[in-house]
Each structure stands twice: as structure tokens, then as C-alpha cells.
Design a protein around this ligand. Structure first.
Ligand code: NAD
Length: 354
């Protein structure tokens, strides 16, 4: 029986395919804009400059200071650059950090956004912005934050380092895992989630063996679009709460933390959400936690939180913070069970679904 649901679709335009970077100018004009401030991290500055040359008079300049977790001080400098350049829209070229900066600008001045997404994190298709001030990360959700246009050009991901491709891909899968058992799940989001995981599961091993494989890069970006879309559509649960806690309070890196925690959070919910997880469990050999762990290990992903610099003595505090103001979760969030999960994730031991 189809259970009752409500379904909202986010109004974003998606342009997907090799060579679509060439269409940024057309998309700017389609939005009725004519002067784009181009955003990037310092690392991708050369790509941003090349895009500025490609855009000619449609470019209002490059701001290449995007940083992880969207510090509000960087946003303030970007807003000043936006105004000084007489810009009327932003083009974010990069991963979640750069996209976060574009969203932070749009949240403040409602500038239209074109995003050229170059990782698998999924931020480009969500109306969610996380920003940090004085070391505190807060999250806001607002329709203004959702980028109007997303360009997915797999050519730009050919050089995404293998290690980042793997952790970013597992980060995307985590959105899909939590989408199928979300309290506000719906059949369309669940279909997208399963298809997204299937695409990434097929693509990531090929990328590890052959990072410039165009077909696999296309499939991985397609999967990450689907996984990101469900992140923006339905609510997330224990896995995302754990990762936000570990990233926000212990400064652990975003994608790596998701990659390590995912098998353990999946195992935690395996029984409570067995019916919802069934299509994904089947993809991972009948054991979602163990199967994901084996998959991550086969890709050379990091497996232990201790390898990210987390101290064993911090696990109690991490458990306390996770159970404080918990997200809804299919299996009740019990402090002892969360502490045990964290211990296994810290050690990097293969999870047992319970
Ligand atoms: P990132 O954007 O921080 O990128 C990491 C590094 O890789 C950067 O130096 C970047 O310039 C570089 N890079 C990106 N794409 C590249 C490519 N194709 N080739 C070579 N180098 C490349 O990493 P991320 O994991 O995409 O984003 C993480 C951030 O995004 C976190 O702050 C996280 O909180 C946020 N995020 C937000 C949402 C949301 O919905 N609000 C969703 C997912 C992630």
C-alpha cells in the first residue's frame, strides 16, 4: 500500500552534460542578469579566472576566497566585492564551500545564482545554508538560498582527486540512505535516492581505477545530483546529526566524516527501517552496514575517526552532543547505543547491523 505523503519539488533548473560549462553565459542571460560575480576557493581560482575570460562582459570579476563552513567574515567581504563590482548575480564554481558562499550572498541580497558543481556533496540543489561565526555553525533554510540554475559538467570533475571523489561520493550516498527512511519520505524522493546510490555504486570503483573515465564521471555526477536533490527534499536523521556534531564541534573534515560514519549509522537503523532500506540493502549484499563498510574499504576510503584526529577521550562528549536536541530517527536515539556506534566508527571496525 502506498502510504500517504506530501511532496514539494524544488524549482531549480538543471543543465547536465559534458561541455555544459560553455552554457554559463546563456544561463546568466536567461535569468535576466548581465554581470556575474564569479566565486571559487583559492584552489580553483585559475578555473574561475578562465570562466571570467569565457564570459567576457558578463563577468563582473572573480572573488576567490570561499572557505569551508561559510565563515560570515568571508561573506561580508564577498558582499562588498559584489556591490563594488556592480554585480547582479553570482556564479559559484566549485564544491560545497564555494556554493555555500553563493548561497550566503543570495540569502542576504536575493541575487540569482548559477552553480557549476564540481564535487558530489549536493549543496547546489538544496535551500539550506550552513554558516559559521565565532566557531558556531548555524543552519538556515530559505527559498532564496536555493540556486536557480545548476550546471553539471562532468568534464570539470575529471581532475577531482580520487580520495575526494570517494569521500564526496559516499557523502552523497549518505543523503540518499537517510532519505529513504525519512519521516517525511515520499515515493519520488525514494526512487531518486535508490537510483542515486545505484549510479554512485557503479561509478566510484571505476573512478578509483581510472579517474579520467568520462562515463563513470558522468554517472557519479548524475548520482550526486539525485542524492543532493533528496537532501533538499526530505528531512535527515541520525547520520547527519552525528556528522554535524563531529564537524561543528570537533572540526572534522566534512566528506571524510560522512564517509566514515555512514556504514555505522546505516547499521544502527538497519532493522528499524528494514522495509524502507530494502532496495539499498539489496544493492549492498543483504547487509547495509557491513556492505557499505566493505564498499568504502574497497575504494580506499578512510575508515576510522581516529585517523581524522579525533581523540578517544572526546567520544563521550560527541555522544552527549548528538543525543541533545536529536533529529527524528527511525530507531530511537539512545545515548549508550550512540556511544557504542561512535566507538566502532572511531576504531574503524566493521559494523554489525542490529
Ligand atoms: P569543498 O567545496 O570544501 O572542496 C574541497 C576542495 O576541493 C576545495 O579546495 C575545492 O576548491 C576543491 N575542489 C572542488 N572541486 C574540485 C575539482 N573538481 N577538482 C579539483 N579540486 C576541486 O568540499 P565539499 O565536500 O564539496 O563541500 C563541503 C562543504 O559543503 C561543507 O562546508 C558542508 O557543510 C557544505 N555542504 C552543504 C550542504 C547544504 O545543503 N547546505 C550540502 C553538502 C555540503
Amino acid at each position: 500500500m502506498t502510504t500517504p505523503f506530501s511532496y514539494d519539488i524544488n524549482p531549480a533548473r538543471i543543465v547536465f552534460g559534458p561541455g555544459t560549462l560553455a552554457r554559463v553565459g546563456d544561463e546568466i542571460k536567461r535569468l535576466g542578469a548581465s554581470r556575474a560575480l564569479i566565486l571559487s576557493t583559492p584552489f580553483q581560482q585559475a578555473d574561475a579566472q578562465a570562466l571570467a575570460r569565457q564570459l567576457g562582459p558578463l563577468s563582473a570579476g572573480v572573488f576567490a576566497e570561499a572557505a569551508m563552513h561559510t565563515p560570515v567574515a568571508v561573506t561580508a567581504r564577498a558582499m562588498a566585492a559584489f556591490d563594488a563590482a556592480g554585480a547582479d548575480c553570482v556564479v559559484a564554481l566549485g564544491g560545497g564551500s564555494t556554493i555555500g558562499l553563493g548561497k550566503a550572498i543570495a540569502y542576504r541580497n536575493d541575487a540569482p545564482q548559477v552553480v557549476v558543481a564540481t564535487t558530489y556533496a549536493g549543496s547546489e540543489v538544496t535551500p539550506i545554508l550552513g554558516q559559521t561565526e565565532d566557531g558556531v555553525k548555524t543552519t538556515v533554510r530559505d527559498p532564496k538560498i536555493l540556486p536557480e540554475v545548476v550546471i553539471y559538467d562532468p568534464d570539470l570533475t575529471l581532475g577531482l582527486p580520487v580520495a575526494m571523489s570517494v569521500t564526496s561520493g559516499l557523502n552523497a550516498m549518505a543523503h540518499a540512505l537517510e532519505a529513504v527512511y525519512a519521516r517525511d519520505r515520499n515515493p519520488v524522493a525514494s526512487l531518486m535516492a535508490v537510483e542515486g546510490v545505484r549510479a554512485l555504486q557503479g561509478a566510484l570503483p571505476v573512478i578509483v581505477a581510472d579517474p579520467r573515465n568520462a562515463a563513470a564521471r558522468s554517472d557519479a555526477l548524475y548520482g550526486s545530483w539525485l542524492c543532493g536533490t533528496v537532501l533538499g527534499t526530505v528531512g535527515m536523521a541520525l547520520h547527519h546529526k552525528l556528522c554535524h556534531t563531529l564537524g561543528g564541534s570537533f572540526d572534522l573534515p566534512h566528506a571524510e566524516t560522512h564517509a566514515i560514519v555512514l556504514p555505522h549509522s546505516a547499521a544502527y537503523n538497519a532493522q528499524a527501517a528494514a522495509a524502507e532500506l530494502r532496495p539499498l540493502t539489496a544493492l549492498f549484499g543483504g547487509d547495509i552496514g557491513g556492505g557499505l563498510y566493505d564498499f568504502a574499504r574497497s575504494l580506499g576510503a578512510p575508515l576510522a575517526l581516529k585517523d581524522l584526529g579525533l581523540q578517544e577521550s572526546q567520544l563521550d562528549q560527541a555522544a552527549d552532543l548528538t543525543v541533545k536536541n536529536p533529529y527524528w530517527n527511525p530507531r530511537p536515539i539512545a545515548r549508550d547505543a550512540v556511544r557504542a556506534l561512535l566507538q566502532r566508527a572511531w576504531e574503524g571496525t566493521r559494523p554489525q547491523s542490529s
